[in-house]
Design a binder for this molecule. Structure first.
Ligand code: PHE
Length: 455
């Protein structure tokens, strides 16, 4: 009953541009800014890029296309989609449940990092946390992370903003916002790149990023590339299935996925070009993760002309990237609760935001009152990151690939990917089926076992 009311006037993306902006908004996130460039630089530059490209083509893209196609075909949340499309009585819908759990866990720690990014926009405006002495910028970051109230309040700001956008719906919220923010992101990023290229360290920065060093390429590097492709393309947890359910019927899914992949790669490369020349100009170590963003970069900005403005622009840009990713994460459980329990959207959003706030508090407080609370040798922040990235996403990815390739089957998949034959891409669809059946699941399994330390 509730299901049919929900789907009778189902919201969705209203234009091809909106589809692209929202899907790209999900893929582009914190991963582009602190993970990708640093991993590329330290894992062999152009050699790593080449491997990453292969990983996205062989694993990332097929799984992304499969998720989008399943979602669009079912026009429903991941649990309902798999229930409806799988053989009766088989628990394939559990893949949707795993996705929902993964979404909550990722949001719990991701929202805290976004909270720091928001806090740094504020610090940039104030001019605090800007010092050419890394010991001082380190102190400013430690002060933020170890203050329970600051960590919690900024996280709530993030959650209220994301929840508020989702209240406006799919076309009026997600689509409208990402359509405006994505071009702004490219504009800001290009401006920062051009500026960075005029600095003395431009040569050293570019060579760190791009110089091929195949001696660094080993099994671990290959596995890192596959794992990164997974996280970057937001696959393995129902996000793309959810967004696929909002795609227009005539949308060319493989083309859209390919464009998203290329644009996402471009954002990552531009981010590297913006960051590393500046870092090398002042002789800093090219660190990764929070240290790069919140300790090294403020020290770099402090030494540049217009440093304060640059700092604000950089963190605004990072906030933009993170907002699109957060929207797509929160939409997964919201749609599930809305459709399965028949709750109005605002109730589903309120409950999901509350759940993330509770789980997220455990992460937000990992730097202060919960610092000594460890499970399996990890604090809450690290644990949620580890379980979602190394267990739930790969398991979800393997199951989606197997479902699309074997259970839903070659004919149905080809029919749906080719828009009932209209797109004339049946040969591509066949290649995708082979990848989904034999290649992606095996590769993902290897990555997962490696991430768990089994291999
Ligand atoms: N792709 C996002 C990033 O790079 C992260 C993300 C993962 C978003 C899974 C949604 C789902 O930051």
């Amino acid at each position: 009953m509730a299901n049919s009311t929900a789907s009778a006037k189902r919201d969705g993306f209203s234009s091809a541009l909106g589809v692209l902006a929202a899907t790209l908004g999900s893929a582009v996130g914190l991963g582009n800014i602190w993970k990708f460039p640093a991993l590329t630089g330290s894992n062999g530059g152009a050699g790593f890029l080449l491997i990453y490209l292969c990983a996205t083509l062989v694993v990332g893209l097929p799984v992304m296309i499969a998720e989008l196609t399943l979602g669009r075909h079912a026009r429903a949340n991941p649990i309902a989609a798999l229930k409806r499309m799988g053989p009766p009585g088989r628990p394939w819908w559990l893949v949707g449940v795993i996705g929902m759990i993964a979404a909550f866990l990722i949001m719990a720690f991701y929202s805290e990092v976004v909270a720091w990014v928001f806090a740094y926009v504020w610090k940039g405006l104030e001019g605090s946390a800007l010092s050419s002495d890394p010991a001082v910028t380190q102190g400013a970051f430690t002060a933020l992370v170890s203050s329970p109230w600051q960590s919690l309040l900024w996280q709530w700001v993030v959650l209220l903003l994301i929840g508020g956008i989702l209240l406006k719906g799919v076309s009026g919220g997600i689509e409208a916002v990402t359509k405006r923010l994505m071009p702004l992101l490219f504009l800001l990023l290009t401006a920062l790149c051009l500026y960075s290229l005029t600095l003395d360290g431009a040569g050293a920065g570019l060579s760190f990023l791009f110089r091929p060093d195949f001696s660094k390429v080993d099994a671990t590097v290959v596995l890192t590339a596959v794992g990164l492709a997974f996280f970057k393309m937001s696959i393995g947890m129902g996000t793309m299935m959810t967004y696929g359910s909002y795609f227009r019927t005539e949308q060319n899914i493989p083309l859209t996925a390919g464009r998203v992949m290329c644009a996402d790669l471009a954002v990552s490369l531009l981010a590297g070009i913006a960051i590393f020349p500046a870092v090398f100009t002042f002789g800093f170590e090219p660190a990764a993760g929070p240290a790069l963003l919140f300790i090294t970069l403020p020290a770099v900005f402090a030494q540049l002309p217009f440093g304060q403005l640059l700092m604000v622009l950089f963190f605004v840009l990072t906030s933009i990237a993170a907002i699109g990713a957060m929207l797509s994460l929160l939409e997964v459980p919201v749609l599930i609760l809305h459709e399965r329990l028949g709750w109005p959207r605002h109730k589903a959003i309120g409950v999901c935001v509350a759940v993330v706030a509770v789980l997220g508090a455990a992460c937000a407080l990992s730097g202060s009152v919960l610092a000594g609370f460890l499970l399996f040798g990890r604090n809450m922040f690290e644990l949620m990151d580890f379980v979602s990235s190394n267990v739930l996403l790969p398991v979800g990815g393997i199951l989606v690939a197997l479902f699309a390739g074997w259970v839903w089957g070659k004919e149905s998949f080809t029919h749906a990917v080719s828009n009932a034959g209209e797109l004339g891409n049946t040969r591509l669809a066949r290649v995708l089926v082979v990848l989904l059946r034999y290649v992606s699941p095996v590769l993902i399994l290897i990555v997962m076992l490696h991430g768990l330390g089994v291999l």
